[in-house]
Design a protein around this ligand. Structure first.
Ligand SMILES: Nc1nc2c(ncn2[C@@H]2O[C@H](COP(=O)(O)OP(=O)(O)OP(=O)(O)O)[C@@H](O)[C@H]2O)c(=O)[nH]1
Ligand SMILES: [Zn+2]
Length: 377
C-alpha cells in the first residue's frame, strides 16, 4: 500500500505558507502605524523606528524621544510650505532636524494640521532622505494620513526594540509593494433598480491586502463586447451625497448616469479615492485652507500632498476583469485617458462632461483647467 508521508521539506513548505507574505506584512505594517504604534524599517545600513505624527500619542512620543535624537520626515511639498526652500520643492521625502523640546502639538502643526495653532518650534533641513524615510511617507499616503513621520535611528537600541513585538520590514520591500498595482477581486454582484434605470447591476471589487473597495455600476444593459460608455468617477462624499456646490462631482455623477440610461447603457466605475486620493479628513483640511485663500492645488501642497494622489490603474484593472476593452470615456481629465490607454483600454472617444457649474465652484474649475490640464467646454 502506498501511504503518503510528507517529507520534512514538504512539511516545511506547508508551514511556511501559513506565514505572512510581503504584501501581507505591509498590510500589517499599515494597520500598526494607523493604531499609532511605531515600526522598524531597515535600509542599507540602518534601522529606523518610525511612527506617523498624526497617530502618535503623548506617551509614545515621550518613549520615542527617550530612545535618541528624533527627526521628522515630511514631503518636499510640506518642507516648502514650512519655508525651508525658496525655489522648487524637492520631490520625495525630506528630513527635518528638530531643535530643542518638541511637543505633540508642535509636531502636528509642523505636519500641516491647519486646525491647530501654529508652532514656534524651529526646524532645519537634515541629511539626505533614506529608503526608510521614503517608505514611511508612502505608507502614510497610502492610508490617507498626513505624510509626516517621526523617526529615531536605532543603531544602538536595536536588540532592546526587538523584544517589543513591533512589525519590522525592509524599506525596499515596502516601496516595491506600494508601487505594484494590487489585484482586484470581484466579491459580489447583484441587480439594482435605480431612479435612472430599472435595470442595473452593482459589482463590488476588493483590493488585495487592503481594506479598499471600488464599485462598478452597470446602468441599463450595456453590450460589453462593443465600445462601452464609461465614467471613471472618484468618490466625493460632499458632492455625490451632500450636493456640495464647491465642486461638480454630484452633477457629473448623476449626469453620466442619466446619459447612459438615455443611450445604450454604460458603466460607472466608482473608485474610492475621496479628495483626489487624500481622504475626506484631509480634503476638509484643504477646504479650511481654501477658505483662507489657497486654491485647490495649493491646499494639497500645503498639507504635503501632490495635486492629485489618485491611482487610476484600478479603473483599468476592473475594466479588464469585466471583459471591457473599448470605451467611450465621459471625462474632462486627459490624465484619465492616458492611464487607461497605457493599461490596455482603448479609449475610442472622449465624451465631455460639463455640468454643475455654480458661483461657488468657478475658481475650483478654473484652477483644474489652469494647473491640472482639465479640458474646458
Ligand atoms: N483634495 C481635494 N479634492 C477635491 C477637492 N474638490 C473635489 N475633490 C475631489 O476631486 C475628485 C474629483 O473627481 P473626478 O470628478 O472623478 O475627477 P476629475 O479629475 O475632476 O475629472 P473629470 O470629472 O472626469 O473631468 C473627487 O475625489 C473629489 O472628492 C478639493 O478641493 N481638494
Ligand atoms: Zn466633489
Amino acid at each position: 500500500m502506498n501511504i503518503f508521508r510528507p517529507s520534512p521539506d514538504d512539511l516545511y513548505s506547508n508551514t511556511a505558507a501559513l506565514g505572512p507574505r510581503i504584501g501581507e506584512q505591509v498590510a500589517r505594517l499599515r494597520g500598526d502605524l494607523r493604531l499609532g504604534l511605531s515600526a522598524v524599517l531597515f535600509d542599507e545600513a540602518s534601522a529606523s523606528l518610525v511612527a506617523w505624527v498624526e497617530n502618535l500619542t503623548e506617551e509614545r512620543l515621550a518613549a520615542m524621544l527617550r530612545l535618541g535624537q528624533a527627526e521628522m520626515v515630511v514631503t518636499g511639498r510640506r518642507a516648502a510650505a514650512l519655508g525651508l526652500y525658496s525655489g522648487a520643492a524637492p520631490t520625495g521625502a525630506v528630513r527635518l532636524s528638530l531643535q530643542g523640546a518638541t511637543s505633540l502639538a508642535d509636531l502636528h502643526a509642523l505636519a500641516g494640521r491647519s486646525d491647530i495653532a501654529p508652532t514656534e518650534a524651529v526646524v532645519t533641513p537634515g541629511g539626505p532622505a533614506r529608503e526608510a524615510h521614503e517608505a514611511a511617507i508612502l505608507l502614510a499616503k497610502s492610508e490617507q494620513v498626513l505624510p509626516a513621520v517621526l523617526v529615531v535611528d536605532l543603531s544602538a537600541q536595536e536588540p532592546q526594540i526587538a523584544q517589543l513585538g513591533l512589525v519590522s520590514m525592509q524599506a525596499r520591500d515596502v516601496i516595491a509593494t506600494l508601487a505594484a498595482e494590487p489585484a482586484q477581486a470581484r466579491v459580489s454582484l447583484a441587480k439594482l433598480p435605480m431612479a435612472v434605470s430599472d435595470s442595473g447591476r452593482v459589482h463590488v471589487f476588493q483590493t488585495g491586502n487592503s481594506s479598499e473597495e471600488h464599485y462598478a455600476i452597470e446602468i441599463g444593459n450595456p453590450d460589453l463586447s462593443k465600445p462601452v460608455t464609461v465614467r471613471l468617477h472618484s468618490a466625493c462624499f460632499t458632492g455625490d451625497v451632500l450636493g456640495s456646490k464647491k465642486c461638480d462631482c454630484g452633477p457629473q455623477l448623476r449626469g453620466a448616469m442619466q446619459a447612459m440610461s438615455d443611450d445604450a447603457g454604460g458603466v460607472i466605475l466608482y473608485l474610492n479615492q475621496e479628495g483626489r486620493g487624500i481622504g475626506l479628513a484631509n480634503k476638509m483640511r484643504a477646504y479650511g485652507l481654501q477658505e483662507a485663500g489657497l486654491d485647490t492645488v495649493e491646499a494639497n501642497h500645503w498639507l504635503g500632498f501632490e495635486d492629485d494622489e489618485r491611482d487610476f490603474r484600478a479603473g483599468a484593472t476592473i475594466l479588464h476583469r469585466m471583459g471591457i476593452r473599448q470605451i467611450r470615456l465621459m471625462t474632462n481629465n486627459p490624465a484619465k485617458i492616458a492611464i487607461l490607454s497605457a493599461h490596455g483600454i482603448e479609449v475610442v472617444e472622449r465624451v465631455p462632461l460639463h455640468v454643475g457649474h455654480t458661483d461657488c465652484n468657478e475658481r475650483y474649475l478654473a484652477t483644474k483647467a489652469a494647473k491640472s490640464g482639465h479640458l474646458l467646454p
